[in-house]
Design a protein around this ligand. Structure first.
Ligand SMILES: Nc1nc2c(ncn2[C@@H]2O[C@H](COP(=O)(O)OP(=O)(O)OP(=O)(O)O)[C@@H](O)[C@H]2O)c(=O)[nH]1
Ligand SMILES: [Mg+2]
Length: 220
């Protein structure tokens, strides 16, 4: 019989990632930047939300846009004439701190107040990968189904703010949005949950206030 050796690879990877993430946080703090990490389901509205925030929030925003391949999302942000860095993860289903640190080093940190990081659309892989940001916003939409929260508990437990988007089509897809809110609250009782339709301009101001309030609380 061969001897089986246990190697705790996952533990070592997340530990190494955390070390880099802490370095990123330090850099943000030294530059007086508030970092926000946007994670969520594929197509739930992460890029649309960041576009709306760029247009409507006070303060200078820079964006790091993660995609598996291509620069689709980075190109969408470039029209705003703000600092943007696009990252490709290749076969990986999440950003990690090592990749993000390179992008942060390419950012004009003295010219921004907020750094928004859009992760690859996925509700599982990003959970354990701290990117050094101060706040994690999880974006889902009704079209993933109203059992999405129950099926992916860890990402909602790691959230500082949860957005349930596309409520304009909730009836069409038969989604019970109150059930989705209740499921989030069961997993993470203190987290704020905001229902939005970015398409119909519902809920955006609540998100802006939530991010600003979270920033104030962190800085006190
Ligand atoms: N009906 C409806 N459609 C929306 C809403 N918000 C965004 N969309 C549409 O949903 C699609 C995906 O939006 P994106 O913002 O690209 O989503 P994403 O999460 O960035 O997608 P990935 O980066 O590919 O994971 C686009 O066609 C948007 O126009 C909404 O509130 N209601
Ligand atoms: Mg996107």
């Amino acid at each position: 019989m061969h001897k089986v050796a246990d190697i705790d690879v996952q533990h070592n990877i997340t530990k190494a990632n955390k070390k880099i993430a802490d370095r990123i946080t330090k850099k943000f703090d030294e530059s007086n930047i508030f970092g926000v990490d946007f994670v969520g389901a594929i197509g739930s509205g992460k890029t649309s939300l960041i576009e709306d925030l760029i247009e409507n929030m006070e303060g200078k925003i820079g964006v790091i846009a993660g995609d598996v391949i291509s620069k689709f999302d980075a190109n969408r942000f470039e029209k705003f004439n703000i600092p943007v860095v696009g990252l490709n993860t290749g076969k990986e289903c999440h950003l990690d701190a090592h990749l993000v640190e390179h992008a942060v080093n390419d950012m004009p940190l003295d010219k921004i107040d907020y750094l928004f990081i859009e992760n690859v659309g996925n509700l599982i892989c990003p959970v354990d990968f701290d990117l050094g940001s101060h706040m994690r916003v999880v974006v889902i939409s009704v079209s993933e189904g109203d059992d999405t929260v129950e099926k992916h508990p860890l990402i909602f437990q790691s959230a500082d703010l949860v957005i349930i988007n596309k409520i304009d089509i909730a009836d069409a897809v038969g989604a019970d949005t109150e059930k989705m809110v209740k499921d989030v609250k069961t997993l993470n009782p203190n987290v704020e949950v905001i229902k939005t339709s970015l398409k119909k301009e519902i809920g955006l101001n609540n998100i802006i206030h939530a991010i600003e309030n979270f920033k104030k609380d962190k800085q006190n």
